[in-house]
Write a protein that binds this ligand. Sequence first.
Ligand code: FES
Length: 335
Amino acid sequence: MSQTQQSQQTQSVRHAGTTDPAGPASAQAEVYQFHPHGFDAPNYGTQEQVEVEGYDDATLARLRREAAQVAGRYPQARSALLPLLHLVQSYDGYVTTRGLELAAEFAQVSTAEAAGVATFYTQYKRHPNGRYLVGVCTNTLCAIMGGDQIWDELSEHLDVGHDETTEDGVITLERIECNAACDYAPVVMANWEFFDNMTPESAKVLVDDLRAGRPVRPTRGPDRLTTFTEMSRVLAGFTDGLADQGPSAGAPSLLGLGIAREQGWDQSATDGTTQESDEQAGTTERSGAGGEAHPGPGEKHSSAEAPAGGPASADEVPDAEPGTAADDAQKGNPQ
Ligand code: FES
């Protein structure tokens, strides 16, 4: 078979089942088209490039003043990189190139290093983000408790996939990993505030309220949901005055603690530091379930394994003089 014949055969295999006159590229696009609501990879680098000009003078002056304030909190400027990236995100709605360069300048790192950080953490967006970032936890526990169903229905309801934004620019939807709120599974986050024990229906009500501009209150945390840029400013270290609002821990999170107290289980039995801080707080009961006293900080926890008249454990045996028979015995060397 000639090279030309091979090539023609390959082309006909690629086009099998298609009558696309536009050729291989068009057919390939058809074959590899993403399912609109299926599990698709993050579209990093596939979003439309947005041209952003420099900051105007007043904005730049304020941003530089605040960036200096953030960098000034740390003994080493590079330690300020994460809040600096949140700061520029609070100005631009995502980490723009101009913001990245400014953050790198104040953190005294190269733009490439700053870009490496900004593209590593999913809290930093490299393309325009919606007013509200809605994340559906699809990690194991939330997934089996209904998170997968919430994702499917919400994605279809909004007609967007992972890391995509609704046409009105209000909602960016994403799959998220465990947010350490498994006791409230399935969980939805909006701008990193918790919406607990969700259902497909309550998740749709949430996004509909956000799109309609109706006030929304997270299950825990502040009394009102702030916008993505407002939240980014808080993460940069500028308070919005809402930190003390709302409950932070609910009954499911505290259940284990209640049982431990009921049973008299005491962490201080294995952690002298906790014992000390509990005693300072006046909350420690020194007795276990059997009424025996627990050892205090620095005290030996148990003598049960100690041979009569001997040390309790190997690490209490004093080091023998190097090179002596006792030393060889400790190391298991033959005599
Ligand atoms: S698995 Fe969803 S919060 Fe842990």
